[in-house]
Design a protein around this ligand. Structure first.
Ligand SMILES: C[S@@+](CC[C@H](N)C(=O)[O-])C[C@H]1O[C@@H](n2cnc3c(N)ncnc32)[C@H](O)[C@@H]1O
Length: 234
């Protein structure tokens, strides 16, 4: 993966932290669709969420406030310290794990929800990360991925400068062969920049691990990912 832990530690120490305080609306819209399933107890996969590249914990904390037991993984000690401090202040169930996603192996079949937001490694590492994320899902579990769409490139918005690291629905679907893709879209949304509000493009993926009563992957007959009608969020 290209960015170092030191780079992110510096950013979390000295950078503009406004974005770290507010959960991303596109992620929240997806996360709100999956409340924790408490029927088998708090330690069962239905209550366990995994946030890969969790940063300062805006989504981990959002999930924990709604009853998920969250494992937040990042290689920035500074970001995880912020997450821990806030979780303690609110008495939330968030376990932080300091690890490099390039080698981190989450527990398999263990999580009802896995989240990857705005983490943009190079393609081979991205494919490996998504494969491990998929394996971490329990049957019926859900993966949510949100990040910069390739179309943001060169428009003066945040995100990697390497086009290969940008997301497209097609790229991410190709890296999730074992999941049932329910949503794979380019979505337009608004971001606040130093020069005012700007239109930005995100890629949003929602994919489930198959269960006996919901097998396979919609669209697999055609080779195309299934997705809902194109949706623009102003
Ligand atoms: C743009 S931030 C997004 C943070 C969080 N997902 C969010 O949406 O607020 C990217 C995060 O990925 C983490 N990250 C990047 N590469 C990583 C790696 N190889 N191992 C662990 N964390 C990594 C960074 O430390 C940073 O916190």
């Amino acid at each position: 993966m290209t960015d170092s832990a030191e780079f992110w530690d510096r950013r979390y120490t000295h950078g503009d932290l406004g974005w770290t305080l507010v959960p991303h609306p596109l992620a929240v819209a997806e996360l709100a669709l999956v409340p924790p399933d408490t029927s088998a107890g708090p330690n069962a996969p239905g209550c366990q969420a995994l946030d890969l590249g969790a940063g300062a914990g805006r989504h981990s904390l959002w999930l924990a406030r709604r009853g998920w037991r969250v494992t937040a993984v990042d290689f920035s000690a500074t970001a995880l310290e912020r997450t821990r401090r806030q979780a303690t202040a609110e008495d939330l169930e968030v376990t932080t794990v300091l690890a490099d996603l390039a080698s981190y192996e989450p527990r398999q079949n263990a999580f009802g929800l896995v989240l990857v937001t705005y983490v943009h490694p190079e393609p081979p590492q991205r494919a490996a990360l998504l494969a491990r994320a998929a394996k971490a899902l329990a049957p019926g579990g859900r993966l949510v991925v949100v990040g910069h769409h390739l179309d943001n490139l060169g428009r003066g918005l945040e995100g990697p400068s390497d086009p290969e690291r940008m997301f497209t629905p097609e790229r991410l679907c190709a890296e999730l062969p074992d999941l049932r893709v329910e949503r794979a879209e380019r979505v337009i949304h608004t971001v606040t920049t130093a020069s005012g509000e700007r239109e930005a493009y995100a890629t949003v993926i929602r994919a489930d691990r198959a269960t006996a009563d919901r097998p396979g992957r919609p669209g697999s007959e055609t080779g195309l990912p299934h997705h809902e009608p194109y949706q623009e969020i102003p």
